[in-house]
Write a protein that binds this ligand. Structure first.
Ligand code: WQD
Length: 333
């Protein structure tokens, strides 16, 4: 069964391609490689021992997209392709609306033409804005988005819910990611930040290996136990597995799931854990708060556990160990 993975050479997409193959699916990757490199495709083949079907194309090229769907006839789509840097979206909102909203609409028009009935959408806990309570459940209020990136995820969800509402026998599953981190245990797949990483873990690993200076902890005066922000860090392989289960168990038309481990860790707790598990020291300094950051968010993941029988297998320590192995191995590619 072929599944089209838009953005399938990216961080989450590549790990999902591996788990799909491990579960008997055949991923078809379409990626413009703005957030990836071609060696990732080769490494997916090394990890799985299977040949990968892939197309280096811009999702906005609808003629090409039609050609690919005509040829491959995928039965489902997992839509990863999107820009995802909160701060960049503030500086360049149109780039985000074009890629994350206009291209989504073009994709939906084409899946409608080809009557593709199974769709999994990569969303984000960012849609909750600043929650009144944590942990957040799928019924928690959706607050005004904090950034154009967050707004594109809110709009993307609404577009898909409205479209699939009238599509009989079709299934939409929306997965709201918390903070994806870690890397494949083989150290052949992982995060490939372009330029200076905005996310915490890649900055820590690049600082630890000497590619960057000290980590700046963005604010230590939040109303949290140690003053630094709290997040729900989930191993990328656990997140990938959630996509496979979402496809396998698509029985209801529109389902939304939080995909997080259900526990929050502060920036300082993550830093200390990284140092302990990898037996090294990371230089850091406290800096001012980063605009757009919220003090605390982590998942109530009861729904995905109940309905998809999903549960995280990796601990925070596993994530931080795998991230470090990946950073060390990167120089070989
Ligand atoms: C985590 C914490 C920072 C870097 C974003 C998106 C989310 C998802 C993941 C796509 C925060 C602190 C970070 C640094 C720091 N994206 N930090 N120094 O902002 O929670 O989530 O990325 O799926 O949708 O919103 O992740 O890793 O950037 O930050 O102190 O150099 O680490 O302030 O508290 P974030 P992050």
């Amino acid at each position: 069964m072929k599944i089209l993975l838009t953005g399938g050479a990216g961080f989450i997409g590549s790990h999902t391609a591996v788990e799909l193959i491990n579960n008997g699916y055949e991923p078809v990757i379409i990626d413009d490689f703005r957030n990836s490199k071609s060696f990732i495709l080769k490494n997916i083949e090394i990890v799985t021992g299977k040949k990968i079907i892939s197309y280096a194309e811009d999702l906005g090229n609808t003629a090409k997209l039609r050609e690919i769907i005509e040829k491959e006839k995928p039965l489902g789509v997992i839509h990863f392709a999107a820009d995802k840097a909160v701060n960049e979206s503030v500086l360049n909102p149109i780039k985000y609306y074009k890629n994350n909203v206009v291209n989504l609409i073009k994709l939906v028009e084409i899946i409608d033409e080809y009557n593709i009935k199974s769709f999994v959408f990569s969303s984000s806990c960012t849609v909750y804005g600043t929650p009144d309570h944590t942990p957040v459940s799928e019924e928690s209020d959706i607050k005004p988005a904090f950034s154009p990136y967050g707004f594109t995820k809110q709009v993307g969800e609404q577009i898909l819910v409205d479209y699939f509402k009238n599509k009989n026998k079709a299934c939409l599953t929306i997965l709201r990611y918390f903070n994806p981190i870690g890397a494949h245990p083989s150290a052949l797949l992982g995060e490939l930040p372009i330029g200076v990483p905005s996310n915490l873990i890649p900055f820590i690993t690049q600082s630890a290996i000497g590619k960057r200076g000290p980590l700046t902890v963005h604010g230590n005066d939040y109303s949290t136990p140690d003053g630094t922000c709290i997040r729900d860090y989930i191993h990328v392989v656990d997140l990938a597995t959630a996509h496979v289960l979402a496809l396998k168990k698509q029985t209801k038309p529109n389902r939304i799931y939080n995909v997080g481990v259900g526990k929050g860790f502060s920036v300082l707790e993550v830093l200390k854990s990284f140092e302990k598990v990898n037996s090294l020291k990371v230089n850091f300094q406290f800096g001012p708060r980063r605009s757009g950051d919220i003090p605390e968010i982590y998942a109530n993941n009861n729904l995905i556990k109940k309905e998809l029988a999903w549960s995280p297998k990796y601990s925070l320590e596993n994530c931080l160990e795998h991230s470090w192995f990946w950073e060390q191995n990167l120089e070989n590619f």
